[in-house]
Design a protein around this ligand. Structure first.
Ligand SMILES: Nc1nc2c(c(=O)[nH]1)N[C@H]1C(S)=C(S)[C@@H](COP(=O)(O)OP(=O)(O)OC[C@H]3O[C@@H](n4cnc5c(=O)[nH]c(N)nc54)[C@H](O)[C@@H]3O)O[C@H]1N2
Ligand SMILES: Nc1nc2c(c(=O)[nH]1)N[C@H]1C(S)=C(S)[C@@H](COP(=O)(O)OP(=O)(O)OC[C@H]3O[C@@H](n4cnc5c(=O)[nH]c(N)nc54)[C@H](O)[C@@H]3O)O[C@H]1N2
Ligand code: SF4
Ligand SMILES: [Mo]
Length: 718
């Protein structure tokens, strides 16, 4: 009998990056729990990861390499439980050697006929470990000369908006929320997507803080807020500009902070004149008096903090919306206060040595050209229309594009192409493996070691391997190492061990990593970045563990924009043809937009609170927590269409249709409907909400616009 407790870190695409303890008995994981010593995630896990043993030891794990033996698109199951039970009808088991040989020979022949850019890697957030997210894979595809993938499906609009003001992705520490007196959850589904922030907010509220939620959807967080402001989707830039209209007109801004640390305040003062509360009320659906009250309270109750999340930027004007909101703490000076500021992302702080990890300098022997880049949001377009060269091979890992990509019907049309060679490295037989020629088995985080940063806090962790890989599973790192060998790439970097790769990731110029090495991470499990006494990036910091001093990234300016100031006016934004301050432009698919006449209802194609994008959709105890197949609709819109609660409805637009059950419970306002993401093949008609979404890109960052979608709904009988 052996029993040990192994420290790991959750690598799912979630801001919390929890510290995890896995109990292992005789080589088998028997218990998973949160690490009580982790200062932010403090000993609990979200409901889905608390059920992780059911995922790791699921009878439906992909455990061996397989080759397709039936036509693409054979749906392996529609029942929602036994997705691999009849995989033998679609796939035949092969050895790793056979799989690697076949991939290598198909790649060689595609390269000789079409060139290496005919090969497209496709990966996203399945695993955020520094090594398994982006290391050996990037080295491999760079050396191969494959097309580059623009990884823009999630956050690039908001990142561009934030960076246009702050120059960097840094924000308020979650621990500091306990000191806040005014908290705005702005497009932030905290109970659903960022649950470890909640205890800090709850503690602040016990001490008298006010929680305001700005969201078109009444989330659980909204339901328990002190003040819930339902906003019309995609109108947040107007709201932020109206708040600044009031704050500036009533002299509630911090003139000292503005003078010292911002650029372009006079331009902002001019611009916000276009956004008086009365006008903005018509766009946002928020009462003008409420806008005034929000602005006054936000500017005068200090410390005030904004938890902004990425919901605000999944719309056509999402970059500008993030930019406008990010200006708020810069004009009130709330960055100076412990418990003030704003958090969208903390990820820039880690500054791992990505160059070493990903080696963008690697190139095919015969090439000096930078390969073309394909936007992952436009996968359907790429597969169906790209030429010169066409996409002839698709290599999917860390992603489930047949579920998560917009305009699903076009994606599927592309994936069905018989001449497209598709490899999918997966833990489960997903919507995407239904179109794979080769399926390869992937480890879970129980089965490999990695280094984990975070985007919702400032702790770095080592995630240790707890158990041996199940079956013949390999991690992303080991898969691409093996493939590099098969293709004869003999660069030394393909031979680096996991520990060497972790060491090189930590060998960085970032002063906040000073004194943090692998050995220390292994010893201490989680280490807060070394911010030194003031947290200023330019400060000399000592190498030893410092006592906790609150990190205030912009208390004394230190913005990382070209001017070194918070850029309320941006030449870079102007160069993109956008208003250099900020402005509200209605999304074309919205109630005020150019396509408003086509379909009357604004749809939020949301994430599920209990799944993680499409991950966990197939895990029975997690399925039991999440009711799928619902269309949330307001009673006024339902009545108008003769729809009652629980009725079957058809939801459609120019791109597709799905059948759902109406839920009429006041979650959404008139004019807005909502449905949630899950595996398409687990629905009766094999389709999910992404049949309705479009591959139109956002104003900044070429990101996806899952929340700028117009639809119509009709009763569908039974
Ligand atoms: N349980 C769970 N957790 C997750 C995920 C998941 O799928 N499930 N996904 C993970 C991933 S990949 C990410 S990127 C993060 C994202 O986490 P969030 O950024 O929180 O992402 P969303 O759920 O897209 O949006 C947050 C909220 O914004 C609201 N919203 C939508 N449109 C608008 C708008 O125009 N204005 C305003 N003010 N609000 C709007 C939505 O209704 C939603 O409640 O969460 C991660 N965590
Ligand atoms: N309608 C709608 N669509 C959306 C969104 C939305 O809110 N609404 N959200 C968007 C957002 S924010 C995001 S981030 C994207 C997410 O898109 P994806 O990153 O594709 O997210 P998942 O659906 O979680 O799929 C990840 C897959 O990776 C696999 N995986 C996990 N770990 C590993 C590993 O170590 N190796 C390999 N090879 N595979 C692994 C999992 O089993 C899972 O099937 O979806 C986007 N799509
Ligand atoms: S998904 Fe998020 S909340 Fe859940 S365990 Fe992982 S990091 Fe923690
Ligand atoms: Mo995301």
């Amino acid at each position: 009998m052996s029993k040990q407790v192994v420290h790991a870190a959750c690598p799912h695409d979630c801001p919390d990056a929890c510290g995890v303890l896995i109990t292992v008995e005789n080589g088998r994981g028997t218990k998973i729990q949160g690490d009580p010593e982790h200062p932010v995630t403090r000993g609990f896990l979200c409901a889905k990861v608390a059920k992780y043993l059911d995922r790791v030891y699921s009878p439906h794990r992909v455990l061996y390499p397989m080759r397709r033996i039936a036509p693409k698109g054979s749906v392996l199951n529609a029942s929602g439980t036994a997705e691999s039970a009849d995989s033998s009808q679609a796939f035949g088991r092969i050895s790793w050697d056979e799989a690697l040989d076949e991939i290598a020979s198909r790649f060689r022949s595609i390269i000789s006929e079409f060139g290496s850019e005919a090969i497209l890697p496709y990966s996203y957030g399945g695993n955020l470990g520094a090594l398994n997210a982006a290391s050996m894979d990037r080295r491999f595809f760079a050396r191969l000369g494959a097309s580059q993938l623009e990884r823009s499906i999630c956050s690039s609009a908001g990142e561009a908006g934030l960076i246009s003001v702050l120059g960097v992705k840094l924000g308020t520490e979650p621990e500091q929320f306990v000191h806040s007196r005014y908290i705005i959850a702005w497009a932030a589904n905290i109970h659903g997507n960022n649950v470890h922030l909640w205890p800090f907010i709850a503690e602040a509220r016990r001490k008298g803080a006010k929680l305001v939620v700005i969201d078109p959807y009444r989330t659980r967080t909204a339901a328990c807020a002190d003040w819930y402001l339902p906003i019309n989707p995609g109108t947040d830039s107007a709201l932020a500009l109206a708040m600044m209209h009031v704050i500036i007109a009533e002299n509630l801004y911090d003139a000292d902070y503005v003078a010292k640390y911002t650029l372009g305040f006079e331009h902002l003062r001019e611009k916000v004149k276009d956004y008086p509360p009365q006008t903005v009320s018509q766009w946002t659906g928020i009462d003008a008096d409420d806008i005034r009250k929000l602005a006054r309270e936000y500017a005068t109750v200090q410390p005030a903090v904004i938890r902004l999340n990425y919901g605000v930027q999944r719309s056509e004007g999402g970059g500008m919306a993030t930019r406008a909101i990010a200006m708020l703490p810069c004009i009130t000076g709330s960055w100076e206060h412990v418990g003030g500021g704003l958090q969208l992302s903390t990820s820039s702080a880690f500054g791992l040595n990505k160059e070493e990890l990903t080696r963008p300098d690697l190139k095919p022997d015969d090439s000096n050209r930078q390969p073309r880049s394909v936007n992952m949001v436009e996968l359907g377009v790429a597969l169906n229309t790209l030429s010169d060269p066409p996409v002839k091979a698709l290599f999917v890992y860390n992603s489930n594009p047949a579920a998560v990509c917009p305009n699903h019907n076009e994606v599927i049309r592309g994936l069905k192409r018989p001449d497209l060679f598709t490899v999918v490295h997966e833990q489960f037989l997903t919507d995407t493996t239904d179109y794979a020629d080769i399926v390869l088995p992937a480890t879970t985080f129980f089965e490999h070691k990695d280094l984990l940063a975070a985007y919702g806090h400032y702790y770095l962790q080592i995630s240790n391997q707890a158990i041996d890989p199940l079956g013949e599973c390999r991690s992303n790192v080991e898969l691409f190492r093996a493939l590099a060998g098969r293709l004869g790439f003999d660069d030394a970097c393909f031979g680096e061990s996991i520990d060497q790769m972790i060491d090189s990731a930590l060998r960085s110029k970032n002063p906040w990593l000073r004194g943090i090495d692998r050995q220390r991470l292994e010893r201490e499990k989680h280490v807060r970045l070394n911010f030194g006494a003031s947290g200023s990036h330019s400060d000399e910091v000592s190498a030893s563990a410092a006592p906790y001093v609150p990190f205030l990234p912009f208390a004394r300016g230190n913005f990382r924009t070209p001017s070194g100031r918070a850029e309320l006016y941006s030449e870079a934004i102007k160069a993109l043809g956008l208003h250099p301050v900020a402005e509200f432009k209605p999304a074309s698919e919205s109630r005020h937009g150019s396509e408003r006449k086509k379909f009357p209802l604004e749809m939020l194609a949301r994430k599920a609170d209990n799944f993680l994008n499409s991950t966990f959709s197939n895990v029975p105890p997690v399925q039991a927590m999440e009711e799928t197949g619902l269309l949330e609709i307001n009673s006024a819109d339902a009545r108008m269409r003769g729809i009652a609660d629980r009725d079957r409805v058809r939801v459609y637009n120019q791109r597709g249709e799905i059948f759902l059950r109406a839920r009429v419970d006041g979650t959404v306002q008139p004019g807005v409907v909502s449905a949630r993401l899950n595996w398409a093949k687990l629905t009766p008609d094999g389709k999910n909400v992404n049949v309705l979404t479009s591959e139109k890109l956002s104003d900044l960052g070429n990101s996806a616009t899952f929340y700028s979608v117009l639809v119509e709904v009709e009763s569908a009988g039974d």
